[in-house]
Ligand binder design. Sequence first.
Ligand code: C2E
Ligand code: MG
Ligand code: MG
Ligand code: MG
Length: 283
Amino acid sequence: RAKRAGGNRVEPFQPAFRSFGADRLQLETDLRRAIERKELTLVYQPIVRLADAEIAGFEALMRWDHPKRGTVPPTEFIPIAETSDLIGPLGIFALERASSDLVHWQQYAGDVPIFVSVNLSSAQLLNNELYSDMRAILAKTQCQPSQIKLELTESMVMENPEQARLVLDKLKEIGMGLALDDFGTGYSSLAYLTRFPFDTIKIDQTLVRDGGAKRPILLRSIISMARDLDMQVVAEGIETEEDAIELGKLGCNFGQSYFFGAPIGGDSVLRLLKERFPLTKRA
Ligand code: C2E
Ligand code: MG
Ligand code: MG
Ligand code: MG
C-alpha cells in the first residue's frame, strides 16, 4: 500500500503503542469531563430468584455515553479510571446513584424489599474513606444499608487482606450486603474467604457455562459449601431453562444473565416494578 502511494516513498512508522497511548490519554481527558457532563449512567440487570422466577434485585453496571464513541463499556474505562484519580468520583457516583434509584423504586415495590448490588474497585476498598463515604451516602439517600450489596472480587481482597477485612467488617456491621464476585476465576479458596464477612457468592459465567464433565460436581460442591456457610449463591451466565432448573435443584438461590434479562435503564426498572406491583401506593 505504501508503495502504490508513491514509488519508493515509505509511510512513516507508527508504532501501535503510540496511537494506543494517545487514545488512552484522550479517553482519560474525556472521562475526566464525563462526570460533570452527565455522560456516565448506570444500567441495571435483574437478579432473579430461581425458586419462583421473581426479580429479587438488580446489579448496577456502569455505562459511558460518549458523544463521539457511543456507549463505552466499563471494561474499557474502569481500568483507565483505576490508574488515575478518577476511580474515586466514579465509585461515589455509582454508589450514590444506585442508592437513590433504589429508594425511588422501593416506593413502587411496597413491602417486598428489593436490593441493588454495586461493583467496587480495589482502589475504593483500599482507600480509607470507603466506610465514611458509604455512611454519608446512606444518610443522604435514606437508603437501608441491607438493600445495598457491594460486589468485590477475590483479587481485590487479596491485595491487602488486613485492610480489606477491617473495612468489610465495618460495612457488615452496619448491615450492608457483601458479595464475592467472579467466583471461580481466581484461586477461589472458599475456606480462606470465610475469614471475610461475605454473605453472597456470585459464580462466574465461565464456570456456569463450562461444558466439561466435571461441571456438575464443581457447581454442586461450591453451592453446598456456600449454603453450609450461610451464604447465598448467584449463578451468572445461565443460558438455558435446563441450566436454570439444574442450578435451582442444586440449591443455587439466584440467576443473573441475558437469559433472565439484559441490563436496562432505571426508567425501565421502574416500569417493570409498576407492572409487577400495580396496587402499591406511592409514598
Ligand atoms: P461483573 O460485575 O462480573 O458484571 C457482569 C457482566 O456480565 C456485565 O458486563 C454484564 O452485562 C455481563 N453479563 C450479564 N449477563 C450476561 C450473559 O448472559 N452473557 C454474557 N456474555 N455477559 C453477561 P458489563 O456491564 O460489561 O461489566 C463488565 C465488568 O465491569 C463487571 O463485571 C464489573 O467488573 C465492571 N463494572 C461494571 N460496572 C462497574 C462499576 O460501576 N464499578 C466498577 N468498579 N466496576 C464495574
Ligand atoms: Mg459484579
Ligand atoms: Mg460478576
Ligand atoms: Mg465478572
